[in-house]
Design a protein around this ligand. Sequence first.
Ligand code: HXC
Ligand code: NAP
Length: 271
Amino acid sequence: MSTTDPLLSTDSFTEKVVFVAGGTSGINLAITERFASLGAKVFVISRSQDKVDRAVEALSAVTPMAAGMAADVRDYDAVAQAVATCREQMGSIDVLVSGAAGNFVSDAASLSPNGFRTVIDIDLVGTFNVCRAAFEHLTKPGASIINISATQAINPMPGQVHVCAAKAGIDALTKVLAIEWGPMGVRVNAIAPGPVDGTEGMARLTPTPAHRERVLSAIPLRRYARLDEIANTAAFLSSPAGANFNGAVLVCDGGQSVLGSGAFAAAWAAA
Ligand code: HXC
Ligand code: NAP
């Protein structure tokens, strides 16, 4: 991955431990790789042991200290166990990234209550579980939390009632935790990406070239974000250069949300 932030160097996170929920693929894996490339020890969790094993193997090429275990963020006890295991194996947790999520397209009238609840449980309840379980280990200088939101939190989108509600909840949770935990030294921020190239999320949301073209037309930069741009945002926010950010939701979307939800929703509906 290319380095675009001159404030960060290969030893910026030496001796730091980064715990990433949902860190076994896509954006969260790119974030984990970025921290590893900056010297961090990294620990990832997700549901699939196979995905954990593959991610740990890939991360081990970047850092000598990569580990993980299978855990579902909907299960508080499993998350707490993973946090304890990370502490045992790596000694601490300095940065927590909460990015586990689920998404599919369904209009509200067709969506079952369990379908709605499932995404709320993974994204929002899961984020609370991860933050809550790690909190006691993060009350020390330089620690921080990054929650992964999405522009759906501020741009209502058809077919995404479950995701919009979950991500708006994550933004609110982030700000409350920033107020409550800031005085104890724990900074809590979120990143809200717009469409990111080469991800499972966009494979689900823009399954055809026509979808993709319509969505691109509603982004002022006329391109999707790259994985390394989200990863560098996470590294910056967690670094001393980002030390005064607390309760922020950093939108990284090529200007998509500046247009408001109208253009994006119209592009979406027309695709
Ligand atoms: C309608 C659906 C559905 C679909 C599942 N459900 N898929 N409803 N349309 N396509 C319903 C099911 O019918 C069921 O309700 C309920 O949701 C739970 O389904 P399960 O399959 O039992 O859930 P589970 O095994 O827990 O899997 C969770 C999942 C799955 C979210 C449904 O897709 C998943 O594991 N996703 C993880 C990967 C992912 O989504 N990555 C993309 C993240 S991108 P009933 O009533 O039948 O019991 C992202 C934002 C992108 O989050 C933003 C881009 C700008
Ligand atoms: P992804 O590759 O599917 O990543 C989701 C990760 O979460 C996977 O590692 C998955 O692994 C894990 N996960 C899912 N459910 C889980 C659960 N219940 N417990 C523990 N782990 C779970 O998707 P992505 O597109 O890169 O998205 C990553 C994050 O970015 C998400 O928070 C998403 O909302 C956000 N985002 C994405 C985009 C985009 O353009 N893709 C835009 C805005 C925001 P397992 O399957 O092994 O559990």
